[in-house]
Ligand binder design. Structure first.
Ligand code: TXA
Ligand code: MG
Length: 347
């Protein structure tokens, strides 16, 4: 299949109505279109059509028990997809955070196919802020199921060219709407017995949610031995081909540990680099910078592009300095830990 690549201006997508209609037509005909969102690029299909949703799993190589997020264009559309009235907390969360990077898990109704919900009786819904994403949904007239538009296990795409790298020839269309503002996927929450449970950390943090009720972080996120509530959290993710080693601990010790390892790698002919911050870059001869240590948002925005860069450079190994695990840092470290798998070293 030939993958069509088109650019649309995110400030005013309606300027390019022909392209929007073309994307909508593909989706109406059960095809797949990669769309920009404010978090990462999503691989969209008709969320109400079993056959369309199946194609997402095939194109990504995604395990079938990992449910998809359903994207809507207007808040009110949530009522047509859920099987239970909104609770007071859910209503307030929607009111405050939509459109934006918050996904809420609800009881699903019959319209949501089992393929989309990964066999669960719940459905994850979010209303993206990105204008193109919402314009495409409106043009379709149905909600769009859209996981991140990467091949399963790879870092999520924050640029249209990342989608092309992974899915060229496997999907019908990619809409290039520029770089994604947040750079990490939405926060996923579920309101369980009046508690807001964070199933996947993101840019909407515990502190921001606290105003609306008690907030708990799903233990499965922080403890590898506990089963995570979001099926996707158990899978390997965000990994470049290079072996990723995450180093935690005292800042000075981290620097000396990494430099020692880089020297040893060089002797052995292993191609390695450190992934560091603007403040620590000067401690190394060569490096990739991921952002400003004091500005988590910059780190979140650059994170996946830097991990993809490792493959572009053909690296065998990368050493990443740990980030402070507070607020957005919790989401950053969650992605870094996944990328590192078991290679987490405390110095
Ligand atoms: O920012 C985002 O959320 C992006 C953009 C494209 O919207 N999408 C995204 O989708 O990250 P995906 O499929 O890569 O991640 C969805 C996560 C997975 O961890 C999945 O297990 C969880 O949400 N999830 C989806 N439906 C769920 C459900 N019913 N119950 C629990 N977790 C669910
Ligand atoms: Mg994903």
């Amino acid at each position: 299949m030939e993958t069509k690549f088109i650019k649309i201006n995110n400030e005013n997508p309606e300027e390019n109505l022909v392209a929007l209609k073309e994307a909508a037509n593909i989706l109406k005909n059960k095809g797949l279109v990669a769309i920009p969102t404010e978090t990462v690029y999503g691989l969209a299909a008709n969320a109400l059509c079993e056959e369309s949703a199946k194609k997402i799993y095939e194109a990504k190589g995604r395990p079938s028990d990992n449910p998809l997020i359903v994207h809507i264009a207007e808040k009110r559309e949530v009522y047509g997809l859920i099987g239970k009235q909104l609770s007071d907390i859910e209503f307030k969360l929607i009111d405050k955070f939509w459109p934006g990077p918050l996904t809420i898990v609800f009881k699903k109704n019959k319209l949501i196919p089992k393929t989309v919900s990964g066999g669960l009786d719940t459905v994850a819904i979010r209303m993206p802020k990105n204008n193109i994403a919402r314009a495409v949904i409106r043009e379709c007239g149905f909600p769009l199921a859209a996981p991140s538009a990467n091949t399963s296990t790879k870092p999520s795409p924050t640029l249209a060219k990342h989608v092309l790298e992974d899915l060229d020839g496997k999907i019908d269309m990619i809409i290039d709407g520029g770089s994604c503002g947040f750079g990490i996927e939405s926060t996923v929450v579920q309101v369980i017995e009046d508690k807001i449970v964070i199933l996947r950390p993101g840019s909407i943090t515990k502190l921001m949610l606290k105003e609306f009720g008690d907030v708990e972080i799903d233990k499965g996120i922080v403890d590898k031995n506990i089963k995570a509530k979001a099926p996707g959290m158990k899978y390997k993710h965000y990994s470049p081909k290079a072996k990723v080693v995450l180093i935690k601990g005292d800042k000075e010790k981290i620097v000396s540990f990494i430099n020692k390892n880089l020297e040893e790698d060089e002797k052995l002919g292993i191609k390695s680099l450190p992934i560091v911050y603007e403040q620590t870059a000067h401690f190394y001869k060569e490096y990739l910078t991921i952002g400003d240590l004091s500005k988590a948002d910059t780190v979140a925005k650059n994170l996946f592009a830097v991990l993809r860069k490792c493959d572009e450079l053909g690296l065998d190994k990368v050493y990443i300095e740990a980030f402070d695990e507070e607020e957005v840092g919790l989401a950053i470290m969650n992605r870094l830990k996944k990328a590192a798998g078991d290679n987490i070293i405390k110095v």
